[in-house]
Design a protein around this ligand. Structure first.
Ligand SMILES: *Cc1c(COP(=O)(O)O)cnc(C)c1O
Length: 235
């Protein structure tokens, strides 16, 4: 299967899920997750019409971004963030979806270059208290969003979540509905919120049914990442 035909198939799945959930057509965007994927594959997806791409590791993302600079891709950072990486993230991405603490938000605000528009931010939330996962907990999310909203160099756009994988559609749906309920509550308080980023290759239909506005799709678009991809991109 080619990336182009994969993309067509996924867009159709997204549209079918959107309409069967009685939601407005075209209300769900696809972010192509290109971590561990080759530059020519990213270019193929771009030529097929894909404009939004997500990367999780800065050391991998920067050379790819440079190699593809002429295309005009909108890059989203979606990986864990260490403090010493914020300067390059602030200078090289349009969106950061994985902001999980005020310290990181503050650094991104201070380091966003003046000649660039405000950095679009999603707060990553973790409602399922997985110790190993990134994300701010429910009782801290208000403070984090208030801080982001107060920063002129940041634009508060949404909430991102990666719930634990579930093989069963109903369990996927239960988790996504919990996240969507938190998001809807936050929207009352923070009217600039327009993005609920949840759902990946294996669970995007349930995510859309629950209200996702952005699904982050890697494997279904590009094929399986190599088994040793984490080692390949380290450094
Ligand atoms: C890798 C990754 C994805 C994509 O996962 P697939 O299962 O390949 O679709 C989505 N979101 C985040 C944050 C990721 O790290």
């Amino acid at each position: 299967m080619s990336i182009t035909s994969n993309r067509e198939r996924i867009l159709k799945q997204i549209e079918d899920a959107t309409l069967s959930a009685q939601r407005t057509a075209n209300s769900v965007t696809m972010l192509a997750v290109s971590k561990a994927q080759k530059i020519n594959h990213i270019e193929e997806a771009f030529n097929a019409g894909q404009k939004l791409f997500g990367e999780s590791y800065l050391s991998e993302a920067l050379p790819k971004k440079e190699a593809l600079a002429r295309l005009g891709i909108e890059w989203h950072f979606i990986g864990p963030i260490q403090s010493n990486k914020t300067k390059d993230i602030a200078a090289n991405f349009s969106w950061v979806q994985s902001v999980d603490r005020e310290k990181i938000a503050r650094r991104l605000a201070e380091q966003r270059p003046d000649n660039l528009p405000p950095l679009n931010i999603c707060a990553q939330i973790n409602l399922f208290d997985e110790a190993t996962k990134q994300g701010t907990s429910t009782n801290q999310v208000d403070d984090l969003l208030s801080f982001i909203a107060s920063q002129p160099k940041l634009s508060l756009r949404g909430v991102m979540a990666i719930p634990p994988p579930q093989s069963n559609h109903q369990k996927q749906l239960d988790q996504f509905q919990k996240i969507a309920a938190v998001y809807q509550q936050l929207q009352n308080q923070f009217p600039t919120l327009d993005t609920l980023s949840m759902g990946m290759s294996a669970d995007m239909e349930a995510a859309i049914r629950a209200g996702s506005t952005m699904v982050r799709v890697g494997t279904a678009l590009f094929g399986k990442r190599p088994d040793n991809w984490k080692e390949l991109i380290k450094g």
